[in-house]
Each structure stands twice: as C-alpha cells, then as structure tokens.
Design a protein around this ligand. Structure first.
Ligand code: UT7
Length: 336
C-alpha cells in the first residue's frame, strides 16, 4: 500500500529579504514579525521564473534518487503562481529534466498542494504496474502576488521550490487524508490577472458573484488578500484533523511518528497544531525562520533540508501535513 521517497531536492533564490528590509517600506519591526510569526528572513526571486526554480529542485531530486529521468511516468507540479495559464509548469519541467516519458499536469490546492500531489502520485503508481516513478515538484513565487503595502500579510511570504521522486512499494507504510472546506474560500484569495471577458457587459461585471471581501485594486489587484485570524483558526484545527484522520484509517498511533513536517505558515500555528495532536514540538521540522511561507513549496523545502541535515533519516516514520487557501487541508504518513 506504500510509497517510498527515493530522493529530494530544493531551490531557493539568492536574494534575501530580512525583517529589517521591510522597515524601509512599511511600518513594522523585526521583533513583531519574529514573535508573531517566527520568521526572520525569506528568499525572493529577482526574475527567475517559477518553472526555473522547480526545474532546479527537480534536477536535484532526480540526482539524489539516482534514477534515469526517462523512467519517470508522471510529473505533478503544484503551484498557485505558474508562469503561464498554459502550458503547465510540469510540461516545462519535463523539457528541462529530460523526463520524456512522463505525463504532466499541474495541481492547485494552494499550500496543501504538495501533499495532495504526493497522494495523487501514490494513487497513480498503485494502479499502473508499468509506471515506475513519479516526480512531484512544488514551486512558488509568492512575491508576484504579495501586496507589499499590507504589513499584516507581506511579511509572511517567500519564494522557492522543492521536489521529490517517489516509487510505489507494496509493503511500505502509507496513509493519507485530503479535504477542503469551500465555505472558507473567502478567507484567503488572489484574483487571476486576466482582463475582463472580451464580451462583458457592465451589469454582469458589476454584479457581486461571491461573498469574497472587496479585492485589491491598482497594482496589487491580483494579490493575495486574507483574513489572518480566520486562516489561523482554521489551520490549528485542520492540520491535526487531517493527521488524525489519516492515522485512524490504518490504526496508526501518531506517537509512533519520528517527525512531522507541517506547512510553514506561522510558528505559533505549528505549536498549537502539535499540541492539538498531542505531540512534542521537538518532533516538528521547522525552517520558517529562514524561508517564511512559500505556499506549496514550504513542506518539501523543509523535508529536503531535514533530509540533507540528517534530521530525517531512512526508516523514520514521518507525516507531511498542510492547510491552505480553498480552504484545503491534507496529510500523508509514510516511511522515509
Ligand atoms: O498559507 C496560509 C497563509 N496565511 C496564514 O497562514 C495567515 C495565518 N494568520 C497569521 O499568521 C496571523 O493572523 C498574522 C501573522 C497574519 C497576524 O497576526 P495576529 O496576531 O493575528 O495580528 P493582528 O492581525 O491581530 O494584528 C495585531 C496588531 C494590529 O495592531 P492593533 O490594531 O492591535 O494596534 C496590527 O495592525 O499588530 C499590527 N500589525 C503589525 N505590527 C507591526 C499587523 N502586522 C504588523 C506588522 N508589524 N507587520
């Protein structure tokens, strides 16, 4: 029933944006950001596209896995900041990695995207005996959809990418739980940057079609808008709920976990979620201080860094758990 992670990789841009850098354009300070979020710094793209970051991470993961890219049967790219409406980022990753035999598609489950992607890969590999490996890539460039005049949100986000190569393994540990609550869609959203429909009429343009708060206007019109407190509340419930639901499916005790790799949105969210799961904070992998929130890339960047630092080792039982816009939530439990 299981999934085996063969290799991990990540890429973050060279340009660093520290908390002090924000004091130059918004009213804030390092102390507020660190104590409220756990973030000290984050990386931001200086122009490299989302697909480039993903391709670099993917190449590192393929190298770490020691496989031939031509044996990858599927590439799933998770992003909310793809460079194009079409083609998908995954097709460009295929071009860059030489994974010529892979089917390719992108998946949007916001910050839960990577965990959704891992579970889709598991289901795909399980049902296709000819499919050897899958590559899941998470790449995000949140600096393109961040309102740098909103001090409550802009300090949270960073850019980066990470990837894993996985194979199906009949006897390996695996369980998952994916979910969503669309009634919370209004709490975290970013409109598309597309212009109004070509044939639009004023009445239809002016009609209020949903219960979202007023979107931003001007140069930040395409940017993320959130109700931080609602998202916070959701996150602290949703991550424990997803992890417990996944564990319950196979009668797994969460205390058996060696490590939890949660979505890196806010250290306080992680602390409360760990408490709600009845697990000590030492079991959480946390790298938010250096990267901020990189949406779907946050879990695999933390995973890759933990693997390369020896914090997660072969045989460790781990849980990847996230939440995000949608609102979505997801957990997988597997053995590294
Ligand atoms: O991937 C999911 C993405 N979203 C999230 O994860 C968001 C989850 N929510 C959060 O992490 C927290 O709600 C925030 C970090 C966004 C905000 O923390 P908070 O403890 O909920 O603060 P708040 O919004 O209630 O603001 C408290 C005070 C306010 O001042 P007053 O009204 O009490 O005088 C804010 O204006 O802090 C002020 N404030 C700031 N002060 C300095 C807000 N942002 C800043 C800032 N620097 N950057």
């Amino acid at each position: 029933m299981g999934l085996h992670i063969l290799g991990t990789g990540s890429y973050t841009p060279a340009r660093e944006l520290t908390n002090d850098d924000f004091t130059k354009f918004i009213e804030t300070n390092d102390e507020w950001i660190r104590t409220r979020t756990g973030i000290s710094s984050r990386r931001v793209s200086e122009g490299e596209p989302t697909w480039y970051m993903g391709a670099e991470a993917a190449k590192a993961a393929i190298e770490a896995a020691g496989i031939n890219a031509a044996d990858i049967a599927m590439i799933i790219d998770t992003t909310i900041t793809g460079d194009y409406c079409t083609p998908s980022v995954s097709c460009i990753i295929q071009r860059e990695t030489g994974a010529v035999n892979a089917a390719c598609f992108d998946l949007n489950a916001a910050c839960s995207g990577f965990v959704y992607g891992v579970d889709m890969a598991h289901r795909f590999l399980k049902t296709d005996a000819d499919a050897k490996y899958a590559l899941i890539v998470a790449n995000e460039q949140l600096s393109r959809i961040t309102n740098y005049e909103d001090r409550a949100s802009c300090i949270l986000f960073g850019d980066g990418a990470a990837a894993v190569v996985v194979e199906y393994k009949e006897d390996a540990l695996y369980t998952s739980h994916l979910g969503a609550d669309g009634t919370g869609a209004k709490f975290l959203f970013a409109p598309t940057a597309m212009p109004a429909p070509y044939f639009s009429v004023p009445e239809k343009l002016e009609k209020k079609w949903d219960d979202f708060d007023e979107p931003l206007t001007g140069k930040f019109a395409h940017c993320l808008k959130q109700d931080g407190k609602e998202v916070y509340r959701f996150a602290t419930q949703a991550m424990p709920k997803a992890a417990k639901a996944a564990a319950d499916k196979i009668g797994f005790d969460l205390n058996e976990l060696d490590k939890i790799v949660p979505h890196q949105a806010n250290t306080r969210i992680i602390e409360t979620a760990m408490k709600n799961m009845g697990l000590p904070m030492e079991k959480a992998v946390v790298n938010i201080a250096q990267h901020g929130n990189t949406s779907s890339a946050s879990i695999p960047i933390a995973l890759d860094e933990a693997v390369r630092a020896g914090v997660i080792q072969r045989g460790n039982k781990i849980c990847l758990v996230g939440f995000g816009a949608g609102l979505t939530y997801a957990a997988v439990i597997l053995e590294y």
